[in-house]
Write a protein that binds this ligand. Structure first.
Ligand SMILES: C[S@@+](CC[C@H](N)C(=O)[O-])C[C@H]1O[C@@H](n2cnc3c(N)ncnc32)[C@H](O)[C@@H]1O
Length: 211
């Protein structure tokens, strides 16, 4: 069994850089490799972060917005999770006008309505993961359900040319999901960032260039 309690290189780096979770380095690597946050659209860059708590990915996006010189106010982030974000890490960024947090179940009709009202989006991120049971088939099925939900948000609220990142537990019908991503985007690919734990069966599917 993995020793998740022992701080590793990525956990220590997250502490030093004031991020609530090591998962930030997965997004950072994908952003640096695929330019996810690099090209703000004409009317501002709008990001949807699904499964956002404790808030590392959101904080990474907000810090990147804050570092941009040209009209950062036009950029916005909507974060969604069942649990609240770790406010003590937000450094005020979680209180900004360009940030909204929706607490609730991203698969419910009520939350869907709130999310869609904040679109269209330039980038949809989903690091959402079910509470794991230890039963790989059950966990994979639940993860796939969240991943399908994220893809549905991309299909209905991502602008032309936009990008999608979804966390997936490998196995089951995950390959079918990748096929659907390839139908919706110019490019669909699987990518496992270095910060993923070696023993973890998670990976990320990316859709680049929404058709
Ligand atoms: C791995 S964590 C995300 C970490 C986050 N990206 C960060 O960097 O801080 C997965 C999150 O998915 C959320 N989640 C799971 N099912 C969800 C659902 N149905 N609706 C909203 N969030 C959900 C969990 O509450 C959990 O906070």
């Amino acid at each position: 069994m993995a020793d998740y309690k022992k701080p590793d290189f990525w956990s220590l780096k997250a502490q030093q850089e004031s991020y609530p979770a090591r998962s930030v380095y997965k997004l950072k690597e994908m952003d640096e490799k695929f330019g996810l946050l690099g090209k703000p659209g004409r009317n501002g860059f709008r990001v949807l972060d699904l499964g956002a708590a404790p808030g590392s990915w959101s904080l990474y996006v907000l810090r990147k917005f804050a570092a941009k010189k040209n009209s950062p106010a036009a950029n916005s982030l909507t974060a969604v999770d069942l649990s609240p974000l770790s406010a003590q890490y937000g450094q005020g960024l979680f209180k900004g006008d360009n940030f909204s947090f929706i607490q609730g179940d991203m698969t419910s009709a009520e939350i869907r309505e709130l999310i869609l009202a904040r679109g269209p989006f330039s980038l949809v991120l989903s690091d959402a993961a079910p509470a794991t049971t230890g039963n790989r088939s059950v966990d994979t099925l639940r993860s796939l359900d969240l991943a399908e939900t994220a893809l549905a948000y991309a299909a209905s609220s991502l602008e032309h040319g936009g990008a999608l990142v979804i966390k997936v537990f490998q196995g089951g019908d995950a390959q079918e999901l990748l096929k659907k991503i390839r139908q919706l985007f110019d490019t669909g690919k699987s990518f496992k960032p270095q910060a993923c734990r070696r023993e973890s069966f998670e990976t990320y599917y990316l859709g680049l260039g929404k058709k």
